[in-house]
Design a protein around this ligand. Structure first.
Ligand code: NIG
Ligand code: FE
Length: 403
């Protein structure tokens, strides 16, 4: 579909009716998922204009398309708030070696950096567009994409530009690892990230991230990177506490980061800091699945009152999956989350992690980003792991996938 056709569709009205279970995330007294039954949703101009009981649908324009989903479940499109989708090559060999007993280390990132630098803009752009189609098929309608496999001024700028072609949510991750050519001059690399590289990427980005972990960047380096980004209006985010306990969470809370991602190894003090902050703990169970690490303890965070999001972290090293339904199934089965908590975390939680109020909920005025499951309830996302239940997806009121 060309851009004109998409906007024509987005401008049309669509009534989705016969919804057996609608997850609105418009919280009710005891139900953070704001669940409605026998519901309908009216979409006009790419936004939701009415939500309610099938029996009370207002009069709709004569030209409106009416879609009867025959009792199926509908939920907000998934908000995948953490991915690394612009890269060359893959690292299937590393995955195979890990499954034969080798540990995950941050060092593999350098291999993807080499493959990414060698790829043309056209190759990277075609591949990221392919990933976006893959996301839509699985119900993801908002995706954040990080740079971080270029690590030169020009390569980071082109990764940011290519990511920006497919999403508004681009995050600068020049501080992913210190590239090989700066191995003897770490301070020089941090200087570059916080000056010329930041200047080159900033026009394409909303966020700035740093991999604050042993083998990547220490606390002081990470603080400098985030401060430089914040001074340019970029929202801070942190990769922290993935491979062991460390300063990532405390730093994220101290700088008011929108989210700290991974949170696999947390001290009691980390949990208390998160609970007293607006920083979202974004859990990435695809990483633990693909690296055979212990899963983060979502129950501990939720019981302490921390806001939790789920995201895929789709990248060629630690988690080469773009499936939010898989994240929900893992969170429920392995991390102590209820189905409702996991679905909320994969939709409204992701929106919170991106500080967005227009996605992640089915409410009047929100973007019309909707997923229909070939199932009577959202529970089936965890109850039927690995089964492609997504049958129809709308983004900004335009149908972007139909099975
Ligand atoms: O989120 N942790 C750092 N970055 C990615 C891994 C990237 C890679 O291994 O290529 C992550 O897990
Ligand atoms: Fe990541």
């Amino acid at each position: 579909m060309n851009a004109d056709a998409v906007s024509a569709v987005a401008g049309m009205a669509t009534l989705i009716t016969g919804i057996g279970e609608l997850t609105t995330n418009d919280p009710g007294a005891d139900d953070p998922c704001g669940t409605l039954t026998d519901a309908a949703v009216l979409v006009e101009g790419g936004r939701i204009s009415w939500v309610g009981d099938t029996a009370r649908v207002p009069s709709v324009p004569a030209t409106a398309e009416v879609v009867d989903v025959a009792g199926r479940a509908v939920l907000p499109g998934f908000v995948d708030s953490h991915t690394h989708l612009v890269f060359g090559g893959d690292r299937a060999d590393e995955f195979e070696a890990r499954m034969a007993g080798r540990p995950y280390t941050a060092g593999g990132i350098q291999r993807t950096v080499a493959a990414t630098r060698a790829a043309s803009d056209a190759e990277l752009s075609a591949r990221v567009r392919g990933f976006v189609a893959e996301l839509h098929r699985q119900g993801t309608t908002t995706v954040e994409i990080k740079t971080g496999y270029g690590l030169t001024v020009d390569d980071e700028a082109r990764l940011a530009r290519i990511a920006r072609e497919v999403t508004d949510e681009v995050t600068f991750l020049g501080a992913h690892v210190v590239p090989a050519e700066y191995a003897e001059d770490r301070a020089g690399y941090v200087d570059l990230v916080t000056s010329a590289m930041l200047t080159a990427v900033a026009p394409h980005c909303r966020g700035i991230d740093v991999f604050c972990e042993r083998g990547a960047f220490d606390e002081e380096e990470s603080r400098r990177v985030l401060a430089a980004g914040a001074a340019r209006g970029l929202q801070p985010r942190v990769h922290g506490n993935q491979l062991g306990e460390g300063p990532g969470v405390a730093l994220a809370v101290a700088v008011g980061a929108a989210s700290v991602d991974h949170c696999t190894f947390l001290s009691d003090a980390d949990v208390a800091l998160l609970a007293g902050s607006d920083t979202v703990a974004t859990l990435l169970p695809g990483v633990e699945f693909s690296t055979r690490q212990p899963y983060p303890d979502a129950r501990r965070l939720l019981d302490a009152g921390v806001t939790v999001a789920l995201a895929s972290d789709c990248n060629p090293g630690s988690s080469f999956t773009s499936s939010m339904p898989l994240m929900i199934a893992l969170a429920v089965r392995e991390m102590g989350m209820t189905v409702a908590e996991a679905v909320w975390a994969a939709t409204a939680g992701g929106a919170r992690a991106l500080r967005r109020t227009d996605v992640g909920a089915v409410r009047v005025g929100a973007r019309a980003d909707l997923v229909v499951l070939d199932a009577p309830s959202r529970t089936h996302l965890a109850y039927r792991p690995g089964v492609p239940l997504v049958t129809e997806v709308w983004k900004d009121g335009a149908r972007v996938f139909a099975a």
